[in-house]
Design a binder for this molecule. Structure first.
Ligand code: CA
Length: 226
C-alpha cells in the first residue's frame, strides 16, 4: 500500500511517514500543493493524506483539481481549523474524510486503515507489472515467472518509479528528487549504482525487461521482444 503525505510541517510529515512505515505502508512525502498534484497523478497511490494549509495550492484546490481530473484515490484531509465550514468545504470538494489538528497519531492510523480498505470496488492493488515482471509494492518482492527476489528499499523505489512510467524516459533528476529528495546531496552516481543493482537482479530473474540508458537524460524500461 502506497500513501502520499502532503504536509508542509516537516516534523508532522516525518511523524506520519514513520508510523505508516511501521505499519507496513510505503509512504512518499511532498510539502506543497503543486507537488501533490504531480505525485498524485504520476504515481498510483492507495491513499492521499492532505493538509489544507499548504504553499502554492491549498488542500481544497488540490482535491478539486484531482477529482476534476478523474482521480478516485481516497483522500484524508488534515485541517488545523476546527471550524465546520472547513470540513464541509473539504468533503464537498471531494475528500473522503478529514481530521482536525492536533490529532492522535493512532487515530490517524485507524482512519488510514479504514480508508484503504474501501478503495474503489474494494479492490486492493498491490502489484505493478511490466513485461514479464511483477513488483509487489507491499513487500518490494520482484517476480518473473517462478523466480523472485527481494529488492532493497532504494532499488524498489527506483524500479517502482520506472514501472509507474512505462515506456517513458524517467530523468535522473526526477529519480533523485523523488527518491533521495530535492535537498539531498545525491548525484547521478547514486542513481547509476541502483540501476546497476537492478540490472543484476533482472539478469538473475532471467527477465526480458531491460533498463535502457537514454544518454544524458535518464532511463526507460523496455520489454525486449522475445
Ligand atoms: Ca500546513
Amino acid at each position: 500500500m502506497n500513501i502520499l503525505i502532503v504536509e508542509d510541517e516537516v516534523s508532522l510529515s516525518n511523524a506520519i511517514k514513520k508510523i505508516m512505515e511501521q505499519h507496513g505502508y510505503l509512504a512518499d512525502a511532498v510539502y506543497d500543493g503543486a507537488s501533490a498534484i504531480d505525485y498524485a497523478t504520476g504515481c498510483a497511490y492507495d491513499l492521499i493524506i492532505l493538509d489544507v494549509m499548504l504553499p502554492k495550492l491549498d488542500g481544497f484546490e488540490v482535491v478539486r483539481r484531482l477529482r476534476a481530473g478523474g482521480l478516485q484515490t481516497p483522500i484524508l484531509m488534515l485541517t488545523a481549523r476546527a471550524a465546520t465550514p472547513d470540513k464541509v468545504t473539504g468533503l464537498n470538494s471531494g475528500a473522503d474524510d478529514y481530521m482536525t489538528k492536533p490529532f492522535e497519531i493512532e487515530e490517524l492510523l485507524a482512519r488510514v486503515n479504514a480508508l484503504t480498505r474501501r478503495t474503489p470496488g474494494g479492490l486492493v492493488i498491490d502489484t505493478v507489472t511490466f513485461g514479464d515482471l511483477t513488483l509487489n509494492v507491499r513487500n518490494a518482492v520482484l517476480a518473473c515467472g517462478n523466480a523472485s527476489v527481494q529488492l532493497s528499499r532504494k532499488e524498489f523505489e527506483v524500479l517502482k518509479l520506472l514501472m509507474y512510467h512505462p515506456s517513458t524516459t524517467v530523468t535522473k533528476e526526477l529519480l533523485i528528487v523523488k527518491i533521495w529528495g530535492a535537498d539531498s546531496e545525491a548525484t547521478d552516481n547514486n542513481v547509476e549504482v541502483y540501476i546497476s543493482f537492478l540490472r543484476k537482479k533482472l539478469r538473475y530473474l532471467k527477465s526480458q525487461v531491460l533498463i535502457r540508458n537514454i544518454q544524458k537524460i535518464g532511463y526507460r524500461l523496455e520489454a525486449e521482444p522475445a
